[in-house]
Design a protein around this ligand. Structure first.
Ligand code: UD1
Length: 420
């Protein structure tokens, strides 16, 4: 078993270069199934979830050449030979559900079991299923498996989402790009990662347009061709480094970062007393020793609101803030599992329903804690950077799902953190 050992109390300084975004690369790798040719994808982050996606592609008969040193993946789905994702691969990561739309779009059928992944809530897939049914897909359930088939082909539909779900929007887009006729999604997700997927597909000949008010139109085309795409930078990984610096103090620049995608995140660091300087593709943060509490309640929302994925890392930074902060989680119903672990480090956090009240303490102390999920684990690393003594974080496999060697990144900025 691998763990992180963090000795808190060091200020951070230096520069890091952000890698490609996990939440962009996973749907893009899945969407490569739709391409009748080669997709060359640059800036593919080296994450355990990336390898899970590559394993699914290989199982489907898709040729993948992933040279991780160059971070380039070449994916060729011309000879796709299967429409089924084995149970163990579905369980490995929640994002296996992102293959559903692409596989049906390409082969007309798909067989999967219910997806696994981080336990941050119920995470049903009812919207994915209902949207595909509206496009002419017949869905058969057994206790363990779901079988989808579009015997007469997929057809365009008008789909109104009850909630702008990221994964549902991406699956509909992928199913619609080669469907017959026009698909219109209303109340669609507008996260930058959805935009990146659309750029990828349009570069392959798809006809997808974002219109105002969360409306996306897709005109079906007969097939998609070879293309080249560079994955957008990871705004959540960038927010994690900034949160670590806001907590520990220091002067850090994150390069290859798109500040315009982080407009709901960056002002929080200023509210916490840090100075933020932005260029076109970088953010610099300058922080004193102890952050201030947030003056207003922070509520997680769909884009362009504050992202749920950055909630726990901000909480990690607020544990030692002067004053009391309030966070409300509105996207997932079980996204405070990191709180009991932060409490082991001396954090004063009270959770009531979807609200967490964080009373900043003067000191956190090292403790043995367990990463409960990907972002919760990153929140513990941040709390550990400010704690007195040694924090040991177990189950870092969750953290490795979405960060490229987070310990190496923080160590390069001067933190005392090691993987054992
Ligand atoms: C994606 C992100 C994840 C992020 C989330 C919200 C990826 C790989 N993952 O996950 O990191 O936290 O968006 O920004 O991009 N829901 C239903 N029925 C459905 C689908 C979703 O009720 O059929 C609910 C979910 O339970 C959740 C909410 O909708 O409460 C948001 O989920 P969704 O936007 O679909 O998240 P994901 O696409 O799974």
């Amino acid at each position: 078993m691998q763990i992180f050992k963090v000795n808190g109390g060091r200020k951070l300084s230096g520069e890091i270069v952000s890698g490609g975004a996990k939440n962009a690369v996973l749907p893009i790798l899945a969407a490569a199934v739709l391409i009748d040719g080669e997709a060359v994808i640059e800036d593919v982050p080296e994450l355990s979830d990336t390898y899970s996606a590559v394993r699914i592609l290989s199982h489907l008969g898709v040729k993948v050449n992933y040279c991780n040193t160059g971070k380039t993946a070449s994916v060729n789905a011309s000879q796709i030979s299967s429409f089924e994702i084995p149970d163990d691969m579905m369980k490995e990561m929640r994002s296996s559900i992102f293959f559903l739309g692409p596989i049906i779009g390409r082969t007309g059928s798909c067989r999967i079991s219910y997806p696994g992944g981080c336990d941050i809530g119920l995470r049903p897939i009812d919207m994915h299923i209902s949207a595909l049914e509206q496009m002419g897909v017949k869905v058969t359930h057994t206790a363990k498996h779901l079988y989808f088939s579009a015997d007469k082909g997929l057809r365009g539909a008008k789909i109104a989402l009850r909630f702008p779900s990221v994964g549902t929007t991406e699956n509909i887009i992928c199913a619609a790009v080669t469907a017959k006729g026009e698909t219109v999604i209303t109340n669609a997700a507008r996260e930058p990662e959805v935009v990146d997927l659309v750029k990828f597909l349009n570069a392959a000949g798809a006809k997808i347009k974002f219109e105002s008010g969360g409306r996306i139109t897709i005109q079906g085309v007969p097939k998609l061709h070879s293309l080249h795409h560079t994955v957008m930078p990871d705004r959540i990984a960038a927010a994690t480094i900034l949160a670590g610096t806001a907590a520990a103090g220091g002067l850090v620049t994150v390069r290859n970062c798109q500040p315009l995608d982080m407009e709901a995140i960056l002002p929080l660091f200023e509210a916490m007393g840090s100075s933020i300087y932005c260029g076109r593709d970088y953010v610099t943060i300058n922080s004193g020793k102890r952050p201030k509490a947030l003056p207003e309640k922070l509520t997680t929302m769909v884009y362009p609101g504050f992202p749920t994925d950055a909630q726990s890392v901000i909480m990690g930074a607020l544990c030692k803030a002067s004053g009391t902060s309030i966070i409300e989680e509105t996207i997932f119903e079980n996204r405070y599992r990191h709180v009991p672990e932060m409490q082991k480090m001396g954090a004063d956090i009270v959770v009531s329903g979807q609200t967490a009240v964080i009373k900043g303490v003067k000191r956190l102390h090292g403790a043995r804690v367990k990463a409960t999920d990907l972002r919760g684990g990153a929140g513990m690393v941040i709390a550990g950077l400010t704690a007195e003594g040694e924090t040991e974080i177990e189950d870092i496999r969750f953290i490795d799902r979405g960060y490229e060697q987070l310990e190496v990144t923080f160590a390069s900025l001067g933190a005392d953190i090691k993987r054992i």
